[in-house]
Design a protein around this ligand. Structure first.
Ligand code: NAI
Length: 379
């Protein structure tokens, strides 16, 4: 993770988080461990928990604990244990929070308001967490400044699209040991993640059908060469169904009843609400249809790339976590100016991370000449 390593080198020299406690709730796997380590190198006391009960990797949690990072989490935690781990993480009364999906921030607005006393602000890693923050901000209920790191270009363009695109198929392939080529894949949602999942499915040889609710995204999918249909019409064709909408109940009873025998459903959206499990349980006993067809739901409907795989590749998380590290630094530097609310990081930080990443990958690019800047009206 060369971009993050460069930031780490600066943090080591400058110690921007000296004396500060940082509570982190992000999928507890190897790349997150590196983020925790980098914050620690910057002087922070780090308290870390997962952001999903099935994505925690116990060996990584143990490794972090041995490095002096207070770590809370266990793979397969029950909903109660998961809440308990979040709560434990906030017992440090943090100065900064790094959240992934909004569960930590939710606690700070409800049952753990006592842990707000030192809080300067925080940052959010994913689209669903940003939706939740936006709802709070729109109602003027957000109690501290939060940076939507998800909305930085160096995050969503690469993590959501290429990270999810690759790791979803890695998780599905390694768990099912089935081919993708020659199959029909139904991708629900053609946002940044959906584009990646559909693109990689096509590359693996699948026929791809996209379902959408946004007509503009649907046209994009058509022009990218995909078939577009409502879910219930796509259902009879799909061998694999992947939901990545951030929405609720995207695959329901009507679609399940129209699916082929052996259809595989997987979710890559943040919460396990996209495939309607209640409809599966109620209407399809043991996920076997009344006529004997079977429908498989991977990883209990939780993010398949993290619950059945190792999440995004390190090269991708290098960009996301470089932005997270810079976000933590930014909040400390701008503590006095930032009022409670939802912010995006300045574009210059995206450009800076992209420059480090490009050069670490061995690429260089042109720069605008003075003449070109004048021609483009940039000075
Ligand atoms: P996005 O906002 O770019 O795209 C979501 C798309 O789903 C939109 O185009 C929207 O119109 C569409 N949609 C909403 N309801 C729908 C429905 N009922 N049927 C069909 N389409 C529908 O969001 P993004 O960034 O692609 O994120 C999607 C989800 O994936 C979020 O929950 C996010 O937190 C999560 N995520 C998961 C990752 C992973 O590693 N598995 C990585 C990054 C994000």
């Amino acid at each position: 993770m060369p971009a993050l390593s460069q930031i780490e080198a600066r943090f080591l020299r400058e110690k921007p988080f000296q004396g500060l406690r940082v509570a982190v709730s992000v999928h507890l796997e190897a790349k997150t461990a590196n983020l925790g380590y980098v914050l620690q190198q910057g002087g922070a006391e780090v308290y870390l928990t997962g952001s999903n009960p099935l994505s925690t990797q116990d060996d990584v949690a143990a490794g972090l604990a041995s490095m002096g990072v207070e770590t809370f989490g266990i793979h397969g935690a029950s909903p109660e244990e998961y809440q308990q781990h979040l709560t434990e993480t906030l017992k440090c009364h943090p100065h900064l929070v790094i959240d992934d999906g909004g569960d930590l921030v939710h606690l700070l607005h409800t049952t753990r308001k006592d842990a707000l006393e030192n809080l300067i602000g925080g940052s959010e890693e994913t689209t669903t967490g940003v939706y939740r923050l936006r709802q709070l901000a729109n109602e003027n209920k957000l109690l501290f400044p939060m940076l939507a790191v998800n909305n930085s270009q160096c995050k969503f363009l690469f993590d959501n699209r290429y990270g999810t695109g690759q790791s979803v198929w890695d998780g599905i392939i390694r768990s099912t040991n089935l081919t993708v080529t020659g199959k029909t894949v139904v991708v629900a949602g053609y946002g940044w993640c959906g584009k990646g999942v559909a693109m990689r499915a096509k590359g693996l040889g699948a026929h791809v059908i996209v379902t959408e609710v946004d007509p503009i995204k649907a046209i994009e999918a058509v022009f990218d060469g995909f078939d577009v249909k409502p879910m219930v019409e796509a259902a009879p064709y799909g061998d694999y169904f992947v939901t990545v909408t951030g929405d609720i109940h995207v695959i329901n009873k009507d679609a399940f009843l129209a699916m082929k025998d052996g259809a595989i459903c997987a979710n890559a959206g943040h919460f396990d609400v996209e495939v309607n499990k209640e409809d599966l349980r109620k209407n399809i006993e043991g996920y076997v249809l009344p006529d004997g067809r079977t429908i498989y739901l991977m990883a209990e409907g939780r993010l398949v790339n993290l619950a059945a795989g190792d999440g995004h590749p390190a090269e991708i998380m290098d960009l996301s976590f470089a932005m997270q590290a810079l976000a933590a630094d930014y909040i400390c530097r701008h503590e006095k100016e930032l009022k409670p609310g939802l912010y995006v990081l300045p574009h210059e930080l995206d450009v800076k991370v992209a420059q480090i990443k490009l050069s670490s990958m061995g690429y260089s690019i042109d720069s605008l000449t003075e003449e070109q800047k004048a021609y483009l009206g940039l000075k």
